[in-house]
Design a binder for this molecule. Structure first.
Ligand SMILES: Nc1nc2c(c(=O)[nH]1)N[C@H]1C(S)=C(S)[C@@H](COP(=O)(O)O)O[C@H]1N2
Ligand SMILES: [Mo]
Length: 543
């Protein structure tokens, strides 16, 4: 373009210098924006280290995003990212912050007001998110406010350092080109040293604030308090799980899922840290007597052991969001009887320390099943990820209508009067776990040798019990699988079928029959609004 001009040489040099200056300005602007945002987040984390985790702006924005996420997007996230959905969300937020910060930094090169406005927006979002969390107080606005102020100071100092003295005014339009001072190269610009020093200071502020904040936030961890807990012996013990519950088939799901590999599903971006000495459970609403019990009082109640399979409504056919544990807890029914449920009440609306809500039918809790206020899982205090210090577990109901973790409040009410978290988002208010079966081995697309092959897995219909499992290859006849022993009606059940595999491509299919004689439906329905149905199918090649 410049070459076409008659005064080519001068114009080319001038255009080249202008271009270099433009690129440099964009790089400096983008970098300044990133450093300002980094300092803002670092300082915010440091302040949150004093005021508490609820005000940490990235987590607050993430938590708000989760609550506002439309159901289909949430189902997509759970299906595609699984337990990594939270890491993906946080990563996405940080990428968006970085892009916004670079844009703001570049705009701030034109006029610092744009930059300050950008940081104000950034801070306001953080404040709004922090204050709208169910468990936050006014003090939780502090991290975002102080962080945004720190970011603004950093942006201002960087802008002042990086100002180009060869430009007379900060306004747009052509700028006079001044001769470069002798001995100064293209990469060397006035203010460079000052900019670099300021940038290094901002980076230290960002990293130091984040690191120190992280350490301070560690004060809120309940890991040490959990280690101190000694669970009392159960008043109602169960015999050990019968050895016959575990088939000797390599690759089959363990009958008792170890705590460390138990699936985790919840809306909590950072795990609620509820100190047991501060924990209280309030039982109120349509009751004769309100109750308010401490963790010590809960441990002094008669505790029951029970093997119960927990399943998530978001589990796809064949999916991983199901697990079985031996729980230890106080009877929920006994607690309700003590409070005296008033006539007409039909729902327990339970609330967690982080403000999530869950609606459970009172009738189900009172019908004699082992509905628990659990404190132990497989011989350990509840892991923090699974609800420490106390959670609900009710056999036969999907987790979102029964299994409140970090539970602190039970309101006795009606389904007509109150809708819980997922019910507000369209999920069914009544959600018994559907009869399901899963093929654990062989794995999908496995290459097998012809001959005797174990096809095995688990099937569940908690509280109805599991009576039969049938398997077939291709369109062959349904064959009875052998069922493992079970300790009761409330757990899943292992099954195995010895298949005489012949060469070719085969589709293996499974279906279960529950204790009422009903066969698991073949019809595929999606997770929404009350759980998926269909048959788990695995395709294998036999040679
Ligand atoms: N506080 C709280 N409790 C909760 C949830 C939640 O989001 N918050 N999710 C529920 C759902 S949908 C399921 S399936 C179970 C999962 O329990 P787990 O994570 O211990 O496997 O917890 C339930 N309890
Ligand atoms: Mo769930």
């Amino acid at each position: 373009m410049a070459e076409q001009k008659p005064d080519g040489d001068v114009t080319t040099e001038r255009t080249g210098r202008a271009l270099a200056r433009g690129v440099r300005s964009a790089v400096l602007g983008g970098l300044s924006g990133l450093l300002a945002a980094g300092a803002a987040l670092g300082v915010a984390q440091l302040v949150a280290g004093f005021t508490g985790p609820a005000g940490e702006p990235v987590l607050a924005v993430g938590g708000t995003a989760i609550d506002l996420t439309p159901v289909p997007v949430k189902d997509f996230a759970i299906a595609h990212f699984g337990s990594h959905d939270k890491a993906v969300l946080l990563g996405g937020i940080l990428v968006m912050v970085a892009i916004f910060a670079m844009g703001t930094g570049i705009a701030a090169r034109r006029w610092i007001g744009y930059g300050l406005a950008g940081l104000a927006v950034f801070g306001a979002l953080g404040v709004a998110a922090a204050l709208s969390r169910p468990v936050s107080g006014p003090v939780d606005a502090a991290p975002a406010v102080v962080g945004a102020a720190a970011g603004a100071a950093v942006l201002f100092l960087l802008a002042r350092a990086a100002v180009d003295p060869s430009r007379t005014a900060a306004g747009p339009g052509p700028q006079p080109v001044r001769p470069r001072p002798a001995g100064q190269s293209q990469g060397d610009w006035p203010g460079r040293r000052r900019f670099l020093l300021t940038a290094a200071g901002a980076a230290v502020l960002a990293a130091g604030g984040a690191g120190l904040g992280q350490v301070l936030l560690g004060r809120f961890s309940v890991a040490a308090a959990r280690d101190q807990i000694r669970l009392p012996a159960p008043a109602v013990t169960r015999p050990p799980v019968p050895p016959g519950a575990q088939l000797r088939v390599p690759g089959i799901s363990a009958f008792t899922t170890p705590n460390a590999s138990f699936y985790r599903v919840d809306t909590a971006l950072s795990l609620p840290q509820v100190p047991p000495e501060q924990w209280r459970l309030r039982v109120h609403g349509m009751v004769a007597r309100e109750l308010d019990i401490s963790f010590g009082e809960l441990l002094r109640r008669p505790l029951t052991e029970a093997d119960i399979t927990l399943a998530c409504v978001s589990n796809q056919v064949g999916g991983p969001y199901v697990g079985n544990a031996r729980w230890l807890g106080a009877s929920l029914a006994a607690l309700l009887r003590e409070a005296g449920v008033r006539r007409g009440a039909d729902q327990i609306l339970s609330t967690s320390a982080d403000g999530w809500t869950c609606g459970t039918p009172i009738e189900t809790v009172l019908d004699g099943r082992d509905a628990l206020l659990a404190v132990g899982m497989n011989g350990q205090p509840l892991p923090v990820a699974h609800g420490f210090p106390a959670r609900m577990v009710v056999p036969g109901l999907y987790g979102y209508v029964s299994a409140t973790k970090w539970v602190t409040d039970l309101e006795i009410t009606t389904f007509a009067a109150q809708r819980a978290y997922w019910v507000q988002r369209g999920y069914a208010a009544q959600a018994p776990i559907k009869t399901e079966s899963r093929i654990d081995v062989p794995k999908p697309l496995a290459q097998l040798k012809a001959g005797r092959t174990a096809v095995a897995g688990v099937a569940w219909a908690p509280h109805r019990g599991l009576d039969a499992v049938q398997v077939r290859a291709g369109n062959g006849p349904w064959q009875q699988a052998r069922l493992a022993a079970v300790p009761g009606l409330d757990t899943w059940r292992q099954w195995v079928w010895l298949w005489d595999a012949t060469p070719g491509l085969h589709q293996l299919q499974v279906r279960a029959t529950d204790g009422t004689g009903a066969i698991q439906p073949a019809r595929r329905v999606p997770i929404f609004p009350n759980g998926a149905t269909g048959r788990d199918t695995v395709t294998v090649t036999v040679t």
